[in-house]
Design a protein around this ligand. Structure first.
Ligand code: SAH
Length: 299
């Protein structure tokens, strides 16, 4: 994958985003999160309130808005906490600088209930309601790093599909390392919550969709990368079909229980699938993980 010189580099400088029209939706019924119309005004209003001037030319849109959105609410403290989290993940073995930058940029505390905000930068899964969790940052970083393997820091992923938006945190991280992100959630209140969480960050290259992610998003396929945030017994066939040749899919999947009975047995592991050609999929089983279950249908 090479970057296209005709397209702007990502992260976009703030002025590029402000002046740009929202990318035309290729799929019906999937509004972009935030729109360009109010961006200029909102950015101006926030810039006026921001405690420290954001270096506009260098900052990404999300970064600028993250600072603004947290201004007056411990903005600097959360910026430090995000940086510390990224440093911990680096020490734990995450190597992709673009992923680490994204972790250091997205204000994770805004994606959890206010009562849990103080734990927002711990490397832990936290409840988000409806028996679901926000994923552990180290696992988010690891999975995205696996999708990006071989890409330089200035090369974005192309077209990414996420199954399981939840509160929208991973979608926000993905939006900083990819050109286009589509994310599906099957629980309507969580889909709505993710929209509300992401609105102040105005992410122009992210589309949220309410539906059953096990069916994928055929109208927007093929995807160069697919990431599942919930564990199934296997990877749904529809998602394999919607993976572009040369693309990668990363998913937690259930591992059949060993005959030795219960105990400390591994029940889920990460599975990396690379599509080599139309019919050939190369599978690599990776480390043990723990995710909420992938379920069919919508509620
Ligand atoms: N991406 C989230 C993690 C959310 S937890 C983060 O940023 O931390 C996983 C989510 O997957 C849950 O919200 C759950 O409702 C959703 N999910 C499970 N099965 C699904 C399906 N078939 N389609 C879409 N979403 C699904």
């Amino acid at each position: 994958m090479t970057s296209d010189p005709r397209r702007p580099k990502f992260p976009l400088p703030l002025d590029a985003v402000v002046e740009r029209k929202p990318a035309p939706a290729r799929t019906a019924g999937m509004p972009a999160v935030g729109g360009a119309r109010s961006v200029a005004a909102a950015a101006k209003a926030r810039a006026a309130k921001a405690p420290v001037p954001v270096p506009v030319a260098a900052a990404s849109a999300v970064q600028a808005r993250a600072s603004a959105a947290t201004a007056g609410g411990g903005g600097m403290a959360s910026e430090r906490a995000r940086g510390a989290l990224a440093a911990r993940l680096r020490a734990a073995g995450i190597r992709d600088e673009r992923v680490l930058d994204a972790i250091a940029t997205v204000p994770r505390h805004l994606f959890v209930e206010p009562g849990l905000a103080s734990q927002g930068y711990e490397d832990a899964a936290l409840p988000i309601g409806h028996h679901q969790t926000i994923s552990k940052p180290s696992v988010v970083a690891r999975m995205i790093e696996l999708l990006r393997d071989g890409l330089a820091a200035d090369e974005p992923l192309e077209r990414v599909l996420e199954i399981g938006t939840g509160c929208g945190y991973q979608a926000a991280v993905l939006s900083l390392v990819a050109r286009e992100v589509f994310s599906i959630e099957r629980i309507r209140p969580l889909h709505e919550q993710a929209k509300a969480n992401l609105r102040p960050l105005r992410v122009p290259n992210l589309r949220l969709h309410y539906g059953d992610g096990m069916l994928g998003l055929p109208q927007a396929a093929p995807f160069s990368s697919i990431i599942l945030a919930a564990a199934g017994m296997e990877v749904p066939q529809a998602l394999l079909e919607q993976l572009a040749v040369g693309g990668r899919l990363i998913a937690p999947v259930a591992v059949a229980p060993s005959p030795g009975g219960p105990g400390q047995t591994v029940t889920q592991q990460l599975l990396l699938i690379e599509r080599r050609n139309r019919h050939r999929f190369h599978r690599t089983a990776l480390e043990a993980v723990f995710f909420v279950p992938l379920k069919s249908g919508t509620i």
